[in-house]
Design a protein around this ligand. Structure first.
Ligand code: ACO
Length: 372
């Protein structure tokens, strides 16, 4: 048993999947993320990841229709969002909301393939509403209903701000959602698969996945990466700042990856778009700061950036509050988690690994009076 042990399960194959692979770059159902980012859009990619094929025109239209019909949340859920203390992070609120939504889900405990696809589609439509509504309630504003004519990323910006977003903003958010949509057996997807391998329900799997994504070593890194950048006030200070941080053995959020040792293809792809948006929005200084930090971390630590490094800046350039960065990752990743949950249940076997025991050898129980 000990021969197959690897701390953090590094390099361990823990299952089979047809959803995506990180073997050579990143592909979803056989399509590279670069081609999807260039030619497709988030809703089409969501359909692809969930259903296995790109939609025909008719399938795309009916998917859009189903998303539109599901784009609302029960008033009781909105009331709960209102009553959660403002100090709670949006990720914590979202984790509760995923669980809460289950109580109004008509097929909550139907674990058939088709019911789980329907539930996934409804969650894909509802989660952006929760994120936007919570932010507005926190800011003392009225909740804005979804606009049926807008795509999911455009709708999020509309519901958050109450103004129609520009095409450029929508495209940038859309591409980030494509890149965040799915990523093989990462910690959150694996958590979701573990949960449903007990034959528990989809909402329980998604709730667990949100909890796993929240951690700063996983999805929480995009918020931490932005906080890091805010510590550096100008490009002139960047080199001294990063050298000091590395000397202090600080973990630089947005760098490194368990699988991609030569670089995360999502980070490479997103960097070009992020730099373009920085130019348009007058953030050249921050791009320069990021570039200096990136060069030094690459040289000194041999660590390339992961997707969270450019994405944190992209969300900043889009004017989004930091507390929404990881929740937006959730909004996009619901798609991948759902596909993994469905795939797990289609060919289920309980996930139950073993551990190497490092505790004390067997010993005898002593009565209280004899314990000293
Ligand atoms: N900054 C500084 N040092 C780092 C970093 C980093 N970002 N990442 C790894 N290292 C160092 C570690 O300190 C360690 O050094 P040591 O051997 O001298 O102690 C060595 O590299 C190995 O670190 P591990 O944590 O064991 O490597 P692992 O492959 O498990 O790490 C991980 C992957 C957790 C992502 C790591 O690179 C990290 O913490 N990065 C920062 C958090 C982050 O950006 N997470 C997002 C990942 S992508 C995503 O989830 C979307």
């Amino acid at each position: 048993m000990t021969e197959s042990y690897s701390p953090g399960l590094e390099g361990i194959v823990a299952g089979e999947t047809a959803v995506s692979t990180v073997e050579t770059g990143l592909t979803y159902r056989g399509y590279t993320i670069e081609e999807l980012g260039e030619k497709s859009n988030y809703e089409e990619v969501a359909y692809l990841v969930l259903h296995g094929e790109l939609p025909t025109a008719a399938q795309a239209a009916s998917f859009r229709q189903r998303l539109t019909e599901a784009a609302h949340v029960p008033p009781e859920v909105i009331d709960t969002l209102r009553s959660i203390p403002k100090s709670a992070s949006t990720m914590d609120v979202l984790r509760s909301a995923a669980s809460l939504l289950a109580h109004w889900e008509p097929e909550v405990n139907d674990n058939s393939h088709d019911a789980n696809v329907r539930k996934s589609e409804r969650l894909i439509a509802k989660m952006p509403i929760i994120v936007a509504a919570r932010q507005r309630l926190k800011d003392g504003q009225q909740v804005i209903a979804a606009d049926q004519g807008l795509s999911l990323p455009a709708n999020f910006l509309w519901m958050l701000r109450g103004e129609k977003p520009s095409e450029r903003q929508v495209k940038a958010l859309d591409v980030s959602f494509i890149l965040y949509a799915e990523h093989e057996f990462n910690a959150s997807a694996f958590s979701a698969r573990c949960v449903v391998s007990t034959l528990s329900d989809l909402h329980s799997g998604i709730t667990a996945a949100i909890g796993a994504l929240k951690g700063p070593l996983h999805g929480g890194a995009n918020e931490r990466a932005m906080e890091v950048l805010q510590e550096v006030s100008s490009p002139a200070e960047a080199e001294a700042w990063i050298r000091k941080a590395l000397a202090e053995k600080r973990r630089i959020m947005g760098f490194g990856h368990r699988v991609y040792k030569d670089g995360d293809p999502r980070a490479v792809y997103l960097k070009t778009l992020t730099t373009a948006v920085a130019k348009e929005t007058g953030h050249d200084d921050l791009e320069q700061t990021a570039e200096i930090i990136e060069t030094i971390v690459r040289t000194e630590k041999k660590l390339p950036p992961n997707v969270d490094w450019p994405c944190a800046r992209l969300y900043h350039y889009l004017g989004l509050p930091i507390d929404l960065y990881t929740p937006l990752f959730v909004v996009a990743r619901i798609v991948g988690w759902s596909a993994h949950i469905i795939e797990q249940l289609d060919n289920n076997r309980l996930i139950r690994p073993r551990a190497i025991y490092t505790g004390l050898a067997e010993r005898k129980w002593q009565p209280l009076a004899a314990r000293g």
